[in-house]
Write a protein that binds this ligand. Sequence first.
Ligand SMILES: Nc1nc2c(c(=O)[nH]1)N(C=O)[C@@H](CNc1ccc(C(=O)N[C@@H](CCC(=O)O)C(=O)O)cc1)CN2
Ligand SMILES: Nc1ncnc2c1ncn2[C@@H]1O[C@H](COP(=O)(O)OP(=O)(O)OP(=O)(O)O)[C@@H](O)[C@H]1O
Length: 210
Amino acid sequence: MESKAELRHRMRRQRRQLGLCERTRAARQLTAVLRRSRWYHHSHRIACYWAMDGEMDLGAFLQRAHQDGRVIYLPVLQKKPTKSLRFYQYRPGERLRANRFGIPEPRPRQANRIACRDLDLVLVPLVAFDQQGHRLGMGAGFYDHTFAFLRHQRGRWRRPRLLGIAFSFQRIVELPVEPWDVPLAGVATERGLTRCQIENRSCSSNPNRS
Ligand SMILES: Nc1nc2c(c(=O)[nH]1)N(C=O)[C@@H](CNc1ccc(C(=O)N[C@@H](CCC(=O)O)C(=O)O)cc1)CN2
Ligand SMILES: Nc1ncnc2c1ncn2[C@@H]1O[C@H](COP(=O)(O)OP(=O)(O)OP(=O)(O)O)[C@@H](O)[C@H]1O
């Protein structure tokens, strides 16, 4: 069986090989998928990411969401506590600066910071995912550490909702589950949005109603 490291390597390579046309079309389709979702309509404060390494680009979505009156946030890497992220507001057009991985991030001004618990929706970059809502990321554990508090929440009310973002080819049958994995509420690709039933860990495909 393919190890996590091998799978990560294969998916990242495949992702980087997508052509510009295909990427642009997928990003446009994803924008439509997200904007017609129930979760989008109920979310005011939305954390996005700045794409790298061939990831699904959220640039188009971010512009539209801003026009729709949503407040957009981007992650900023923290030195302490290690491997954690903080989120700062981003208005399209604002200047960003590259972090140590070369990913553009906002200047960390206190007035623009939001506590993770106050976000409504977090769009999480995926390297791979399965239909149970398990995710494979870059392997550094930033999202798992930052949103570890969600693992202890029970009941219907969870904030923020973590929504994985990927190309549909990144879906695999089953990923190994780690104790620290923070479950996704759903996954959105250019083909639609799939909600994951976090409580019983099964997943239902529900492209238009989420
Ligand atoms: N767009 C985007 N932003 C993000 C993430 C992400 O996955 N995508 N992250 C999600 O966690 C965090 C950053 N995590 C990252 C983890 C590893 C690498 C990376 O490129 N690793 C290189 C080796 C880098 C080095 O050590 O110099 C590699 O694996 O090739 C980049 C970002 C926060 N921001
Ligand atoms: N809550 C936690 N407590 C302790 N260790 C953690 C926790 N969350 C993550 N980790 C560590 O972080 C690493 C994350 O590994 P994993 O391969 O699951 O990352 P990933 O989910 O693919 O990546 P990412 O979260 O960066 O997108 C693991 O080595 C694990 O030891």
